[in-house]
Design a protein around this ligand. Structure first.
Ligand code: RB5
Length: 149
């Protein structure tokens, strides 16, 4: 299992914490985020992780900015990406089980270290259920590819 991780200047410490947590789980982590607290534009990390996920170079991604919103919005502009902002583990699990989320995002200004670990673990441990959910995910993809339903 290989994941890409990206962040902006608000999330350097939490990115490091999550990276170490993932490595302890045996996950290989490709870090494409910033390690500086100098202001850093989150769309750059969102795009980098998004393209790595969409191309299949990694199995999934983790994105962290102040809220998780901007960086996931950027990643979701990459076709094939389904990035979900999660502030608690239930949504993180359902984002995989129902939405087949291939990126989990959260905010360093919203969640603490331990909640962030739970969010990542819940997303990683969950399995996409397919079935009726596949029709809905396919509709999302159709909007993305055709610009209409
Ligand atoms: C940076 O100040 C902040 O806007 C960014 O980290 C993120 O929260 C945007 O969605």
């Amino acid at each position: 299992m290989k994941l890409a991780i990206g962040n902006d200047h608000t999330a350097v410490d939490l990115k490091t914490t999550i990276k170490e947590h993932l490595e302890q789980r045996g996950v290989e982590v490709l870090d494409v985020g910033t390690n500086s607290t100098e202001s850093y534009d989150y769309p750059i990390s969102g795009y980098k992780v998004g393209t790595l996920v969409a191309s299949g170079e990694v199995d999934g991604g983790v994105l962290i900015c102040g809220t998780g919103v901007g960086i996931s919005l950027a990643a979701n502009k990459v076709p094939g990406v389904r990035a979900c902002v999660c502030s608690e583990p239930y949504t993180a699990a359902l984002s995989k089980r129902h939405n087949n989320a291939n990126i989990v995002a959260f905010g360093a200004r919203v969640v603490g270290d331990e909640m962030a670990k739970l969010i990542v673990d819940s997303w990683l441990d969950a399995t996409y259920e397919g079935g009726r959910h596949q029709r809905r995910v396919d509709l999302i993809t159709k909007i993305e590819t055709d610009g209409s339903l």
